[in-house]
Design a protein around this ligand. Structure first.
Ligand SMILES: CC(=O)SCCNC(=O)CCNC(=O)[C@H](O)C(C)(C)COP(=O)(O)OP(=O)(O)OC[C@H]1O[C@@H](n2cnc3c(N)ncnc32)[C@H](O)[C@@H]1OP(=O)(O)O
Ligand SMILES: CC(C)C(=O)C(=O)O
Length: 586
């Protein structure tokens, strides 16, 4: 192989395409400066259990909606989160608006918060807001106040105009205010406190540790008095491993770790929030905040559905009920007014669907192998350890059926078509018939485009194999057997005219083939299969015949298909179906 250097010094294989500099103004951006943790341990750790989850759908999720949720929609979302099993739920920013305040009051006064659920509310580090926040929680059984202030250098400089000491003072004074107003309003409440150094990831990690330690000095955590330090990637600006390094560094250096719950709050600006969260969990975090389907500011908070089902797919209990993912999705779509993408992990309309031929083929074989194994072991298919090509989890486990798993369009091959014919129409086509019929389906998709659903596929199949009654039609027949020789007397319509013919053979099919030859239609059966379509008194059977039809230059190999409650009639119909298809293009 010859290589050469391009204009930018890169070694390129001669003849391969050369990437040109883009017109993008990349020089305006600077690479993120990571914290140095050369002896990091998180890469060797494994996630073995679910973290404590907090859903912030009703706060971070809600503050980012085009139309914030009405109280009725908020309630629907709250009830969904409770049903799913979330035990920590951030229900709003009560000092921000009367609507948010009233919603907190409604949940408390109408006793809608289960005993094992802790509600949480957010406030800035401002006394008037903190006081109003504590007031909103009066009468709650269990509640958490979550206070934040910005600690990132850019924010201190541009938004707040404070130095590090003033920033620390804002956090510690805010914490004192939280304690003061909690004492005033929340005497009977099992009360918790959470502090977030906003944009933890853009804050020098040493400073983030320092400000949290100073907040802890005020709160005085102890065995029954934890403090939650929530470490937000408010804007995701680096690769996920960098976030994990920051989390490991924080955990190593924060004081009184035993009484500190380290919480992650990732956003998804780079599209890697799920990865960042998982690496952050490996780095030792105890708790994760996010939203269902990744709602939240800009590109959203980390997606709790993906995180939970990622755990599930590794054999770890997510501690959240995702068993009816479509109901969850519909409720969230209703509450937020935003659609969930059809390719959203685990929940999108298309994520358990294969269109492409090789995927369909592998899934079909995988599901058949699993069903066979389940039969052999005498257990249900959904009790088996899951393994299926291209399907990371069993769609059944999240309330999906297999019906939509395989869908046929112009990218599909015989495997997908055969799956639908078997699954939806109980027709188990022999392999070479699959090849033949998939060409018929392909002709349709090439001409008409779009998808061939189960119903349309049946129409195409019917039209191809049963739709033609010329030149031959079976009107009636009589079959007898003696000493292993079968004799058939049949009435056939040949081009619409009835004819009586007879034939003999060592089986019903060969006797019938002899009879149709007598009517002027020479046929040689190459392959024959049959199976029952249904059980019971009105059972149907299907017969498939591969036959050489015609003579000399007109000789063709074609498949014919017959269905009838009598397998013998089905097989005769299959022979006729092959003959009637001789006018099909080669
Ligand atoms: C990263 C996050 O998602 S944090 C949560 C963000 N969510 C929200 O902001 C939704 C609800 N917020 C609101 O409705 C309003 O911001 C309110 C009611 C809380 C406050 O409203 P206002 O008093 O009008 O202030 P405004 O919205 O302009 O906020 C900016 C002011 O708050 C100050 N501020 C912002 N964050 C904080 C904080 N965490 N602690 C203390 N002060 C803060 C700013 O310095 C600024 O002060 P300035 O006006 O003296 O310059
Ligand atoms: C309040 C904090 C945790 C927040 O929402 C963020 O930083 O994204």
């Amino acid at each position: 192989m010859t290589t050469t250097s391009n204009a930018h010094g890169a070694r390129v294989q001669q003849g391969s395409p050369v990437q040109q500099p883009s017109p993008m103004p990349f020089h305006r951006y600077r690479a993120f400066e990571p914290v140095q943790v050369p002896d990091r341990t998180w890469p060797d750790r494994k996630i073995t259990h679910a973290p404590r989850w907090l859903s912030t759908d009703l706060r971070d999720g809600n503050q980012a909606l085009i139309d914030p949720m009405t109280p009725a929609r908020k309630l629907k979302m709250f009830e969904l989160l409770v049903r799913m099993g979330y035990k920590e739920i951030e229900i709003g920013f009560p000092s921000a608006s009367q609507t948010d305040f009233d919603f907190v009051r409604k949940l408390i006064e109408e006793d809608r918060v289960p005993d094992d659920v802790q509600i949480s509310v957010l406030t800035q580090a401002r006394e008037d807001l903190i006081s109003r926040t504590a007031e909103s929680l009066q009468g709650a059984r269990r509640a958490n106040i979550h206070m934040y202030n910005a600690t990132a250098e850019l924010f201190r400089r541009v938004v707040f105009n404070v130095d590090e000491a003033q920033c620390i003072a804002m956090a510690t004074r805010g914490t004192e205010m939280v304690m003061k107003y909690a004492e005033q309003y929340l005497g009977d409440t099992e009360f918790g406190y959470q502090y977030s150094p906003e944009i933890f990831t853009q804050t020098p990690t040493d400073f983030a540790v320092e400000i949290c330690n100073r907040v802890a000095d005020v709160w005085q955590p102890g065995p029954d008095r934890e403090i939650i330090f929530n470490l937000p990637a408010t804007v995701e600006m680096s690769t996920p491993n960098t976030y994990a390094d920051q989390i490991e560094y924080f955990i190593r250096n924060v004081r009184g770790r035993d009484n500190v719950a380290v919480s992650l709050h990732p956003h998804n600006d780079r599209g890697t929030a799920v990865a960042a969260t998982e690496l952050g969990m490996m780095a030792g975090a105890d708790r994760v905040e996010g939203c269902l389907f990744g709602h939240g500011e800009r590109t959203g908070n980390v997606d709790l559905v993906t995180l939970g089902l990622n755990l599930f797919s590794q054999g770890i209990d997510p501690q959240i009920d995702f068993s009816d993912i479509d109901e969850i999705r519909r409720t969230v779509e209703y509450c937020t007014g935003l659609p969930v993408h059809p390719r959203h992990p685990y929940a999108g309309d298309l994520v358990y669907t294969a269109f492409s031929g090789s995927h369909q083929d592998a899934i079909k074989k995988g599901l058949e192998a699993l069903a066979k194994k389940a039969d052999a072991e005498g257990v249900g298919m959904h009790e088996m350890a899951w393994e299926a090509p291209y399907l990371p989890i069993d769609p059944f486990d999240v309330g999906r059926t297999y019906e939509a798993v395989i869908r046929v369009n112009s990218q599909s091959g015989k495997g997908g078509m055969a799956y639908i014919m078997k699954n939806d129409h109980k027709m188990d086509l022999p392999r070479r018939l699959q090849i033949e019929f998939s060409r018929v389906v392909q002709q349709h998709t090439d001409a008409a485009g779009g998808e061939v659903g189960a119903e349309l596929m049946w129409q195409i199949f019917e039209n191809e194999y049963f739709g033609d009654h010329t030149p031959l039609e079976l009107v009636q027949y009589k079959l007898s057997a003696e000493d292993g020789i079968y004799t058939v007397d049949a009435v056939l319509k040949v081009d619409g005219v009835e004819r009586q013919v007879g034939g003999e053979g060592n089986g019903p099919v060969s006797a019938f083939v002899d009879a149709v030859a007598a009517a002027g239609f020479p046929v040689r059966v190459l392959d024959y299969t049959e199976h029952a379509l249904s059980a019971g008194g009105d059972a149907l059977a299907a017969a498939y015949v591969e036959a050489e039809v015609g003579e000399g230059d007109d000789l063709r190999v074609l498949w014919g298909v017959g269905r009838h409650s009598s397998i013998i009639t089905a097989s005769m119909r299959a022979v006729i179906s092959a003959i009637n298809r001789t006018d099909r293009p080669e």
